[in-house]
Design a binder for this molecule. Structure first.
Ligand code: NAD
Length: 317
C-alpha cells in the first residue's frame, strides 16, 4: 500500500483526510507544529482517533525545521494542508507569519520533491485567490485576491506551477471553497454560529448577511484530495466547491430550525478582506477527476451541529 505524507495533519482538513487515508489502508506520516491560530487542545483532539494507529507516524515539527530530503524518500503522495488560514487575521504585522507558513514552506517542499520519488503533491489552495465573484467562476478567471491571506495562497500556487514547468514537479492545486463540517476551525462562521446559538450568546454577522458562499462539506473536500492524487493532471488547478451556494442569513435560519433555538444576531460592519460572494464552477473537477459533491447543506450542517454540541457538552463535564 502507498505511503503518504499529510502536512497539517492536526488541523481541520488534514485530520479528516488522515482518518480516511488510514481507513483506506495507506501508511500515513503526519506533520504538524500546532500553530497558535486556535487552541492546541482542539488540535490534540483532532488527532486522537488515529495518533496511535499502527500505520500512522506523527512528527510534531514545523516543516521548516525538518530534513525533508530524508523524509520524502519513500513517500508516494503528499497532501499539503499545512498553512495559516484565516482572512481577517492576515493583515498588519501578522503577514510575516503567512509568508513563513503559506509561501516559504511550499517552496521548501517543492525543492525537496525535485530530488525525490514523490508521484504527486496535492496543494491546498483557496477560493480566496479569486476575490469576489459575480457568478460561477472557473479556473481561467484572472486571480484578484482581496486579502493578504489570498495573496499568500496564490503565491503558493504560483510556486507549484513554476516548479512543475521548470522541473516537472508533479503537483496539483485544489482551490477549496469554504469547507465546513465536524472539526471545523473555531474561527470559521458555522462553528461560531452553532457555538453561540447553543450557548444563547449573540452571533456577530459581518455585513447584512446577504453575502453568499459556496460551501463544501468536509467529506467532499477529502474525496477531492484522493481523486486529485489519483487522477489530477500535474500542473493543473481545480475548483472544489460544494454546490451549496447560500446566504449566511439563510444558514442561520437553517441552524435555528436544526437546533430548535433562536439565534441572537448582531450585525457588524463588513470586514476588510471578506468577499461579497463566492461561487465555484466545478466543471473541470467533475470532468477530469470525477468529483461530484454529495452532501447538501442541510445534511452537512446537521452533522456539524451534532459533532460540535457533543464537544461542547463534553467540555461542561
Ligand atoms: P487548520 O488551521 O485547521 O489546519 C492547518 C494545520 O497546519 C494546523 O494544525 C497547523 O498547526 C498546521 N501548520 C501550519 N503551518 C505549519 C508548518 N509550517 N509546519 C507544520 N504544520 C503547520 O486549517 P484548515 O481549515 O484545516 O485548512 C487546511 C488547508 O486548507 C490550509 O492550507 C488552508 O489555507 C486551506 N483552505 C482551507 C479552507 C477552509 O474552508 N477550511 C478553504 C480554503 C483553503
Amino acid at each position: 500500500m502507498k505511503k503518504v505524507l499529510v502536512t497539517g495533519c492536526a488541523g481541520f482538513i488534514g485530520s479528516s483526510l488522515t482518518e480516511v487515508l488510514l481507513a483506506r489502508g495507506y501508511h500515513v506520516t503526519g506533520i504538524d507544529c500546532f500553530t497558535d491560530n486556535y487552541a492546541h487542545w482542539m488540535k490534540q483532539k483532532n488527532i486522537l482517533s488515529f495518533v496511535h494507529h499502527p500505520r500512522f507516524r506523527f512528527i510534531r515539527s514545523d516543516l521548516q525545521s525538518i530534513d525533508l530530503n530524508v523524509l520524502l524518500q519513500d513517500i508516494h503522495y503528499i497532501f499539503h494542508e499545512a498553512a495559516l488560514p484565516g482572512v481577517r487575521s492576515s493583515w498588519g504585522k501578522n503577514f510575516s507569519l503567512y509568508v513563513h507558513h503559506n509561501i516559504a514552506c511550499v517552496q521548501k517542499l517543492l525543492e525537496a520533491i525535485k530530488e525525490s520519488p514523490v508521484e504527486k503533491m496535492v496543494y491546498a489552495s483557496s477560493s480566496s485567490v479569486y476575490g469576489s465573484m459575480d457568478g460561477p467562476t472557473d479556473e481561467t478567471r484572472l486571480p484578484a485576491p482581496y486579502s493578504p491571506y489570498g495573496v499568500s495562497k496564490l503565491a503558493g500556487e504560483y510556486l507549484c506551477r513554476l516548479y512543475h514547468h521548470n522541473f516537472g514537479v508533479p503537483v496539483v492545486s485544489l482551490r477549496y471553497f469554504t469547507v465546513y463540517g465536524p472539526k471545523q476551525r473555531p474561527d470559521m462562521a458555522f462553528h461560531r454560529f452553532i457555538r453561540n446559538i447553543w450557548k444563547g450568546k449573540p452571533i456577530k454577522l459581518y455585513g447584512d448577511g446577504r453575502q453568499t458562499r459556496d460551501f463544501t462539506y468536509i467529506q467532499d473536500a477529502v474525496t477531492a484530495n484522493l481523486l486529485a492524487a489519483e487522477k489530477g493532471r500535474p500542473g493543473e488547478i481545480y475548483n472544489i466547491g460544494g454546490s451549496s451556494k447560500i446566504e449566511l442569513i439563510q444558514v442561520i435560519q437553517l441552524l435555528e430550525s436544526i437546533m430548535n433555538r433562536k439565534a441572537k444576531v448582531s450585525f457588524e460592519p463588513v470586514q476588510p478582506g471578506d468577499p461579497k460572494h463566492t461561487w465555484a464552477d466545478i466543471s473541470k473537477a467533475r470532468s477530469e477527476l470525477g468529483y461530484l459533491p454529495s452532501f447538501p447543506i442541510e445534511k452537512g450542517l446537521q452533522q456539524q451541529v451534532s459533532h460540535l454540541i457533543e464537544m461542547l457538552e463534553e467540555d461542561k463535564r
